[in-house]
Design a binder for this molecule. Sequence first.
Ligand code: MOS
Length: 733
Amino acid sequence: MTDSPFPGTPRIDARDKVCGAALYAADQGRPDMLHAALAVATINRGEVRSIDTRAARAVAGVRLVLTHTDMGDYKAPGHVLAGGFGFQSMQPMLSNQIAYRGQPIALVVADSLEAAIEAAALIKARYDEQPSQLSLDAPAKDIVAQQGSPLPQAMFADKVAGDADAAFARAGVQVDAVYAHPPQHQNPIELVSTVAEWRKGTLVIHEGTQNSGAIRHGLARQLGLDPARIEVISPQAGGGFGLKNSLQMQTLFAAVAARKLGQPVKLVVPRGQQFHDTSFRPASRHRIQLGADAAGTITAAIHEADQQTSRHDLFPGSYAEMSARLYGIPNFRGRERLVRTDVQTPGFMRAPYEQPASFAFESAIDELAYKLAIDPLELRLRNDTQTDVLTGKPLSSRFLAECLHEGARRFGWRRRNALPASMKAADGAAIGWGVACGAYKAATSPTMARIAATGDGRILFTVAGHEMGQGMRTAIANVLVRRLRVAPDMLVIRIGDTRGAPQHLTAGSWGTASVVPAAEHAAQALMETLAELAPGHAPGLLPAQILALAGRERVEVEVRNKAPGQPDAVFGRLQGGMPAPMGPVYPDFVSMSYAAHFVEVIVEPVTRRIRVARVVSVIDCGRVVSPVTADSQVRGGVVWGIGAALREISEVDPRYGGFLNADLAEYVLPVHADIPPIEVAFIDKPDPLLNASGVKGLGEVAMVGVAAAIANAVYHATGKRVRHLPIRIEDVL
Ligand code: MOS
C-alpha cells in the first residue's frame, strides 16, 4: 500500500512548463509563417451547390483560398480502425458532400491570422439540404447490429459466458433498468493545431498528437508521398484524451497550403470548430439486467448497449467487455449495436467504453444491493473473482478486493447508515455515501527503442510514445535515473517524434506498460554493451566513466519489446504507423487494472444543489513506477468523473444538428471550487505476468466508476435513483 503524495523523480518537464519553455505545435514561429482559417458548413446534411469566395479573396493579405473544387487530387485517410489513419474515413473538402454541421467547406490562408479569420467569415455557400437523424431512437434502417458489419467481428461479437438469459429468468432477485449517457467532448486545452513546412522536399509537421506515426503514414496516403519524406514532431501535446489519437482533418489542409505557397502554414482549429471536426464521446444507452440469489451471489448479467456512430463510419461500441470482467458473474451476455446519426465520426474519449459502462453497470449493482438489503461494498466482495469470466483464463493480478477494503477503511464506510436519506448534516443537508468500482484493460504496444550514452554524461533515449501531460517522460526518467544513476537533467528523451524511434499510437492506458519495460530493457542492454567495451572494469562505474576507459565517445544500442505472445509481425505494423496493441487477453492470462471509489455527496436543503464533499480512490495498476505523475493521473480521473456525473453534456438540437454549447463557457466543466479533497492510494503490487516491470495501466481506470459512485451517493442521500448523466438539481428536487 502506497500513500500519495510520496517521492520519486519529480515531473521532469515541470519547470519548462511553468516557465513556458515547453514547446507546443502552435508555439512554432517563423518570420514567413502564414496563417490559415476554415469556413464551415451551416447545414447538417446535404451538398454544397455553389460557393462564393470572391469577397474572401479580396481581403488584404489573403494568399490562398481552397474549396472542394481544388482538392480533387488528394485521398481520404481511411478510418483508424479499418486499416486507415484518420479519426474518420472521410476527408472534408474532397467532394461537395456535407455530412455534419461545422464540416469545413473552405480554407483561407493569409499573412495574418486576423485576415484569415475575416476572409473565412466572408465565404458564402448555397446548399441542397437533406434531412438528418440524430437520435438513438432511429428507424430500423439506421441501426447496425452485429451481422454484416465491415468492422472486425471481435469488436462487435456478443460477449457470452454461460446462459445469462436463462439464469436471469430463474433468479430470485432481479434488476432491470436502462441508463443513458450523453455525448461529451474532451476539450484538451491545447487546441488541435498543425504547423506544416516543406524543407527540401521533406514535409515537416508540428502537431500535438497521440499518434505521430499515423500522421506520417496517413498523410503519405493522402498526398501520395513516400512516408520517409514526412517527419512529424510532437514533443508535447496539451492533453489528448483520445481526441488526438489519429490523423485529424486539418493536417492535410496545412500541408497542401504550405506546399502551394512555399511557406510554412499554421492552422489552429478554434474551440467551436473543434466540437464539430474532431471526435467526441458518442451518446449511448445501456439496458442492464442482473439476477441474484438471496445470499447476494450474482448469477446473471445482461448488458445491451446502443451507441451513436456517424453515417460514414462504424465507430464500434465495446461496453460489455468491461462489465463482463468487473466481477465473477458466471452467466453473462453483452450485446452492442450502433445507431447511424448525422455527425462527425465519434471516437475514443478517456475510458471511452468503461466510463459509460461503469455508470450503468455499477448503478445497477447498487440497485441490486438495495433490493437484497446487502451493503453495496459487501455485495461487490461476495462476487469477486480471480478468473476472467469471458475466457476462463486466470487474471494476471487482481487486487480489487484490497482496493475495496482499503478504501472503506480510509473513508470510514463502517459508519454508514444504509437507509437512503438517513444521514444529515447540521444544516439539514442530505449526506450520501456511495461506492463503485472500475476496471480497464491492461494493454501493451510494441516498441523499438534506442538508447545511447555519451562521453559528456548524457543518456539519449527514444521510443514510441507521446507526452500529453500524463507524464510519460517522467515515467521513463524514473527508470533511467534508477538504473543508470544519471541525473534527470542529463537525460534527453525523444518521444512523439518520427525522427527517433518508429511511433505508435499512445492510448488505451498502455503507455507506461509499453515504455517502462522498454526503458528497463534498454538500460540493461546499454550496461551489458558497456561492460563488453571495458572488460574487467571496476564495478559501479557510471556509463560515461566506462566510455572513457574504453576510449569511446558514444555507444548506442537498440532493443525491441512486445506484449507476451505477440508475433514479430507487430513490428511491421509499428513501422507502418498502424495500431498494434494487445490486451487484455494474452495467451496465458487476462490482465486488467482496477479501481474502487468512495464518494460523499452533500445535497443542500431547499436549493438541492449537489456537491461532492470528499473522494477516496484506491487503485490497483500493478507497480507504481512514477509516483508523482501516477498520483496526478488519479486526481485528474476523479475530476473527470465529477464532470461526467454532474456537469458535462454536449447539447444537440435534433432539428439543426451540430453541438449547441460548443465553447468552454457553455460546455460546463467542474471548476476548482467544485473539487473536494481527493485521497489517493495505490495497492502497488507488481503484476507478475504482464511484463518484467510489473506495471499495468493507470490513465483511464482512474476515472472508471467515479460517476457511478456519485450517482449511488446521490441515491443514498435522497432516495432518488437517477439513471442518466449529468445529474442536475431538477433530478433531485
Ligand atoms: Mo485514449 S481515449 O485510449 O486515446
